[in-house]
Design a protein around this ligand. Structure first.
Ligand code: HEM
Ligand code: HEM
Length: 171
């Protein structure tokens, strides 16, 4: 598997960044929602103490991803229409805005079980507290829509969309 992207498929670097992000975003959302549904459940207890650490990880991966996207810009699979492009750009923006609003809420921040900030007030504290939850909900809806569309393309249209991100690409 080539490291770089091509017009037919995503390369190993893009795939790694995509799937590690998905692996972090999924428990981040699921554990938080499950915690409000059934406070103290075992799954949430494992992941909730890592909420800020995972959030920082998602933010770091997003930055790497954007750099790699810019390097590969003319060398990756074309978007299948404007709606897909808008959908992907929206997910990128939410992967930036959600962790940023989490950080700027002004609460204490624990990274790898160490308190790295006791919390600071900034001019963005109130707006971040108001927006962090709603941004995460919008991200959830977009990711669910994204997965639904990928599976629809794979199962119904059978146009090889999923194979751009996993396995062999159709050429
Ligand atoms: C993409 C990354 C992140 C996602 C998807 C995410 C998701 C969520 C969700 C769904 C909630 C529950 C909101 C509610 O019930 O209204 C929440 C709460 C919270 N998050 Fe995050 N978060 C992320 C990153 C971060 C980061 C980086 C921090 C801090 C460094 C953080 C700090 C908090 C705090 C303190 C709460 C509880 C207060 C509140 O409800 O607003 N989050 N997060
Ligand atoms: C859970 C969090 C996920 C996030 C945040 C996410 C995000 C993204 C983003 C932003 C892109 C656009 C890549 C680009 O062109 O730069 C993308 C592409 C893609 N994703 Fe995901 N994804 C997630 C989960 C999944 C899952 C579970 C699947 C499979 C069922 C999947 C399959 C794909 C495929 C096949 C593409 C390429 C689509 C195309 O070429 O048009 N993603 N994803």
């Amino acid at each position: 598997m080539a490291l770089e992207d091509s017009r037919e498929r995503y390369g190993a670097v893009s795939r790694l960044l995509h799937w590690v992000t998905a692996l972090l975003v999924t428990p981040q959302l699921v554990s938080t929602y499950m915690n409000s549904w059934q406070p103290g459940n075992a799954f949430s207890q494992v992941f909730q103490p890592w909420h800020a650490t995972i959030g920082f990880g998602i933010l770091g991966l997003l930055m790497l991803r954007v750099v790699w996207l810019l390097v590969q810009l003319s060398n990756r699979p074309p978007h299948q229409g404007k709606a897909v492009l808008i959908g992907h750009v929206s997910i990128y923006l939410l992967l930036l805005a959600t962790p940023l609003s989490g950080i700027l809420q002004g609460y204490g921040i624990r990274l790898f079980d160490r308190l790295v900030s006791k919390g600071i007030d900034t001019p963005f504290t109130d707006i971040s507290q108001a927006l962090h939850g709603p941004l995460a909900y919008i991200l959830t809806v977009l990711v669910l829509g994204h997965i639904f569309m990928v599976l629809l393309h794979h199962g119904v249209h059978q146009d090889g969309t999923l194979n751009r991100m996993v396995g062999q690409a159709k050429s």
